[in-house]
Design a protein around this ligand. Sequence first.
Ligand code: 0RA
Length: 678
Amino acid sequence: MADKKNKKPVKQEGYGAESIQVLKGLEHVRRRPAMYIGDVASRGLHHLAYEVVDNSIDEALAGYCDKISVTINKDGSVTVEDNGRGIPTDIHPTEKKSALEVVMTVLNAGGKFDRSTYKVSGGLHGVGVSVVNALSKWMKVEVYREGKIFYQEYKTGIPAANAKEIGKADKKKTGTKSTFMPDDTIFKNTIFKYEILEERLRELAYLNKEVTISIKDEREKGRESTFHYEGGIKEFVKYIDEKRKSFMKEPVFIKGERESTQVEVAFQYNESFNENIFTYVNDINTHEGGTHLVGFKTALTRTLNNYGYKNNLIKNDKIQLTGDDFREGLTAVISVKVPEPQFEGQTKTKLGNSEVKSIVETIVGDQLQEYLDSNPSAAKKIIEKCLRAAEAREAARKARELIRRKSALEFSGLPGKLADCSISDPEHCEIYLVEGDSAGGSAKQGRDRRFQAILPLKGKILNVEKARMNKILENDEIKAIVTALGSGFGSSDEFDESKLRYHKIILMCDADVDGSHIRTLLLTFFYRHMKDIIEKEFLYIAQPPLYKIKKGKDEFYAYDEDEKELILKRFKVNGKKDGKEKDAEAPAEAGGEISSDGEGAVKLKGGITISRFKGLGEMNPDQLWTTTMNPETRTILKVTIENAIAADKVFETLMGEEVEPRRDFIEKNAKYVKNLDV
Ligand code: 0RA
């Protein structure tokens, strides 16, 4: 127990200009949360936890911390504990309050306590724990320092009392333990998802091999994991490629430092045709790439090309190899630590520092050269793989040329089975990619032809995960999609947003296993070959209803089982009111059905009929319009990539070589290729 003396507050009196400044800052965060954390949906919520963890990671990068544990508590709050030096608690000279309070309540206080190392900051990261504090109903911080325990708590970012010493601790124990409860008046939903936090923590453990990070979910017994990877990003590459076959024994690993910029790169080639490069700057995933990526690509192309020519593996008369050829089947992780990163791009996830390009280029060039010289058999296999890629690319180029020529020749250049819309402003136009001709027919009749176009797709589209580019471009369904959309095909350089003919591309498939499979095939196609469409948020999934529930003149559509139960319950409540219908709830349990007409419609007591839609084709055009296509009444889900590595794994597992785990995965798919209500 702490004695009285220890409970002395570590703060001086005064409520001056500084405090008013603080209140203004916190108020602004609460009024404009999205400015600080991106949004107030799931992404923003989880960002709160990342922000707190990032502070512990900073302490680890400074070399003072090697353990971080995250707990989702029973009450839904989150605790992050580290064994760093602990946030300082002495009185801050200008602010006249404890440093702890300054860190917790002053926006961007980070600079005032410079730990002078690479900070996890940029993009949405690095806004500071004070933002988390401001957006929490309450937050509590315990600091272990100098054999003492200090404590302060806050409500919506405002200290409930001064920071004080609350007890003694082992002298050797140092660290910071923060717990926060996100404010439910700010966030739409304050439930943390274990899987989402887990994935980010795993990634951080790969990127910082000296740290052990654990996560525990107190809401569910036995749910916990610990991540520690001696091999760092080399192991990360193996993890990403866990479902793919590599012809290399070990990934190539490169590490170096110049001008205070640290560079780590690991990569290997696999048997697939995809390029999978994940880049990080100070532990932040730079989705949009940047100078580090450019430096890596340049070095890879140049070094492999030189090696190939020098060793007579690439011959002059053959086709010229391009950068793309050297990246087919490549999985790489590039992690740089830059003292003052500049982030650019739409989502502020593109590295702008120009000096980083040549730093990465030199380090990768030199060390790759050494690797190739000392591993001639691996080098030979790599060059041969790149040559095969070049041949396939040449075939694909011819196929693509054919599409281009065809669209230039044909009158409109649009696929024959496309029922186009009449207005031409892409921003207001939608295209439905519809599974099956019969559903396509209903959709064509039911649509609003002014702004809705329909493209019926025949059966299953090609599984692009297992096909090379030329095969993909020979596929009729894919050709139809590509020409209908108009924005080009393939990597970012070829994607031309200004030519995209519809700003909503809606996948409409049956609500059964086959429909789900087709949807996944389409998602795989967009993810691998038209990623921009997903990243720029043009891709949606239609939600056809599962049931129609009728009672007298009233008709309701249910989109899932829960909704069906809800509607039936409502009927029951209404029924009780007029004292007649009491059995409407019966169908919820087995055996509640009274009769079935053999066409999927089930009659219940109380004049209620439930029919299950087996497929889109069963709906008449009017029904399809009302339930699934009318912008006023429909629900469509936006497809976003929550976590690119998880998404890559999902598609590889689903659509790649291994057949086994597919079914299971189809169900879980939605978790990572996250659907948001629109
Ligand atoms: C400012 C200065 C120092 C450490 C920290 C902040 C610090 C912050 C957090 C947030 C979570 N865990 C943390 N651990 C440390 C340096 C303190 C010193 O010089 O002793």
